[in-house]
Design a protein around this ligand. Structure first.
Ligand code: TXA
Ligand code: MG
Length: 346
């Protein structure tokens, strides 16, 4: 069943979806970050279905979505005031907090860890759905494992139609990048996944916060602390090459690579910014956004990768530069999508 909630929420329909969710079915729903594939987080069998539908490795834990502080306290221990400090500023919103888990959360939600990642989404449909279901909702991104995360209902339909009970269409996601995951289960606050809440904002709230440096390195150097960060991710069908450097140098290099590949008969896509787009002659050119607007670029990234799949290109050449700290989450997704296939031009 597909529920159209793009214009307004029909509470009759949403109640039906909530009932299905509570009873152990799978419901894909919009959040402000990406679409989630939800199951009742209290039912082991329901949670198992998520792993099957997505083809997700069993050792990758799920985020539990909640709609109230009571639900938070039911699912996790609150070790200290840092948690309330963060949620006061950033919930509901795109921040996931990893905390010691409580008994009611089955092991398959947390992949056997004694911690659980929790977030209260700000998307109205998501919040209302969880409220109506009356239970915490375990939900990874609603894509087949390894594919770009879904930022429109159409992406969920492409990946999961026939494998889930309900898909709720809430239009385009406003952030388009997943939530920031932060670990507060130990004394030192640590960012496990960069995401929609920029590092700079978290630093304002918790001064001693750091991020896992392996996030921006190839996974050869170190093993990331969030289990999910180690997997192949966001992969488009084409081979992706990130060309990183100063603007004129990278444009020159991209043109050179494009020419070589095209001479060899390949179909080459270009992922660029508004400001640089006129430098590239191509019918397979997609503009990510303005290079001065990390939010716009973040919002468009995953749908751009999916569009390249539809265009059927063999290669995607993507540009990148030295940008501010707010761009780190986006850079992380690009690097992962390219399997760390980066050419740096100096
Ligand atoms: O924005 C989002 O976070 C979206 C929407 C649907 O909320 N969800 C999402 O879920 O991106 P998923 O499963 O695709 O990514 C969850 C990430 C993974 O990297 C996972 O390893 C990490 O969070 N994670 C979850 N629970 C954890 C835990 N207890 N300890 C460490 N990492 C955890
Ligand atoms: Mg995911």
């Amino acid at each position: 069943m597909i529920i159209d909630a793009k214009e307004k929420i029909d509470y009759n329909e949403l109640s039906k979806a909530a009932q299905i969710l509570r009873d152990g079915g799978l419901v894909a729903f919009p959040t402000e970050t990406v679409y989630g594939l939800g199951a009742n987080a209290l039912l082991r069998e329901a949670v198992d279905k998520i792993f099957v539908a997505k083809g997700r490795p069993q050792d990758n834990p799920l985020i539990v979505h909640i709609s109230s502080i009571e639900m938070l306290e039911m699912c996790a221990e609150i070790p200290d005031k840092r948690v309330y400090k963060l949620i006061e500023r950033l919930w509901p919103g795109p921040l996931t907090i990893v905390l010691p888990k409580k008994e009611c959360i089955p092991d398959n939600v947390t992949a056997g860890l004694d911690t659980v990642g929790i977030r209260m989404p700000s998307n109205k449909i998501a919040l209302e759905l969880i409220k109506l279901a009356g239970v915490p909702v375990a939900a990874p991104s609603a894509n087949v494992s390894g594919k770009p995360s879904p930022t429109e209902a159409q992406h969920v339909i492409e990946d999961l139609f026939g494998k889930v009970d309900v898909i709720i269409d809430g239009g385009k996601c406003s952030f388009g990048l997943e939530s920031t995951v932060i670990d507060l289960s130990t004394s030192k606050p640590y960012i496990l996944r960069l995401g929609a809440v920029p590092f700079s904002i978290l630093k304002e709230i918790l001064e001693d916060i750091e991020y896992d440096p392996s996030i921006l390195a190839g996974n050869i150097l170190s093993v990331p602390k969030a289990p999910g960060m180690k997997y192949k991710h966001y992969a488009p069908d084409a081979k992706m090459i990130v060309v990183k450097g100063k603007i004129h140098k990278r444009i020159e290099k991209m043109k050179e690579i494009k020419k070589d590949l095209e001479t060899n008969g390949h179909k080459v896509g270009i992922l660029c910014f508004y400001e640089t787009a006129q430098n590239f002659e191509s019918q397979y050119k997609i503009i990510l956004g303005s290079m001065f607007d990390y939010k716009e670029c973040g919002k468009n990234l995953f749908s751009a990768l999916r569009r390249f799949n539809h265009l059927g290109v063999d290669y995607i050449i993507c540009e990148w530069g030295e940008f501010g700290i707010e761009y780190l989450a986006l850079e992380n997704r690009l690097l992962k999508a390219s399997a760390y296939n980066v050419i740096e031009v100096l």
